[in-house]
Design a binder for this molecule. Sequence first.
Ligand code: SAH
Ligand code: SF4
Ligand code: F3S
Length: 443
Amino acid sequence: MGGLKKKVAIRTFGCQMNVADSEQMARVLAADYVLTDRPEEADLLLINTCAIRRKSEEKVLSLLGRLKAFKKRRPGLIIGVGGCVAQQEGERLLKAIPHLDLVFGTHGIYRLPELVKRAEQERTVDIGLSSCFPEAPGHEWPAGRVQTLVTIMQGCNNFCSFCVVPYVRGREFSREPADIEAEVKSFLAAGGKEVTLLGQNVNSYGRGLAEPVTFMELVRRLAALPGLARLRFATSHPKDLSDELIESFGELPALCEHLHLPVQSGSDRILKAMNRRYTREHYLDKVGRLKQVCPELNLSTDLIVGFPGETEEDFQDTLALMREAGFGQSFSFKYSPRPNTRAAEFPDQVPEPVKAERLRRLQAVQDELTLAAHRRLLGQVKEVLVEGPSKKSAGQLCGRLRTNQVVNFTGPQELAGRLAMVEITEAHPHSLKGRWVQEAPAR
Ligand code: SAH
Ligand code: SF4
Ligand code: F3S
């Protein structure tokens, strides 16, 4: 009887990859568990963790400490920790946290039903890595869902010297294109409109498959599916962004005018020490060509300040590159030494106050660039995919432009889940305001 299912609550930290993984956890457990967003009523509590910076890890550890009280109140509760910290720490987490029942790694998601059963009997650890995607059974889509993330590959082979991902996600492998296409088709059949393809380095998609396919081929196949209004992907490594893919931004109507292209630094010396394998000039050359084929393109990026050995001059190079590339948005971080990574051993670590000060200056430059980009949209009528009621402004709707900016606007509530044409009336540092004009023409 469906009514007797147990309840699972999942708390997610980290990147979109983890968001997609958490959804997959709920799907593989669906035979026995219904998802709840109230942890206090859960029979199973799963924490999906991120290890990218020390702060991400500390957040997880402090939450895990607080869960002791939960376990006291509900002695039958099973607490499991998955994701990147689980992969990194394994057995050590079980030892350190007595009220934990289960530790499962980044490749353990599909084994969750049996792992949870085992954890009901004895404390359990599974951090085994695999090298292919298991055959995933089809699943239902939540009603009214218009956007989804679709994982197309796992792992990373790049070993940027600062990054823990290759250690916690394993080597790169791709999912069969037929499986990806089937998932996207089922989403579209259920009324879905926007798909984001996910991988740490999507440009190298398809290399190890029995019948190799390029990322470009996959994108073309999916972009042609009827009903798909918007296609995005993340993350693209600048060294592998092909000419063909650059050109497709001007050609494929479904492909959104938005690209996340993490640059990390504007200094060649630092890029080399980071093992990024491109130069400032290569990067800016690709940006120039992208803007040529798609002048509207909104470029976003990731930046690290205070990488070991970064001088004021290197940092100035980063600020200058930001202006030259004209990033519409950036995610910026203070360098954080990570276990196993090469840069953690580099001698000339930058002092914390210098990192903090550079981050502030960098973010001030980005705020200026973002606001300028927002102002350029004033008065224009743009397509918005309406996500639902705005969380911030009562009575308003909220959605995103194809270029990825958030717009809050006034319009009929029935627009939720649909494409609408909205006039941009106000430009704010982190969002836009608008006014509904009409429904978007069918695509
Ligand atoms: N695969 C993506 C990024 C994954 S991690 C890529 O290749 O770009 C997301 C971002 O976290 C990175 O782009 C980087 O800016 C940041 N990051 C990774 N390791 C970091 C560290 N040790 N300290 C600070 N920021 C880090
Ligand atoms: Fe980390 Fe570099 Fe791989 Fe991105 S490409 S996940 S930054 S090692
Ligand atoms: Fe964090 Fe793992 Fe993503 S370390 S950024 S959750 S791949």
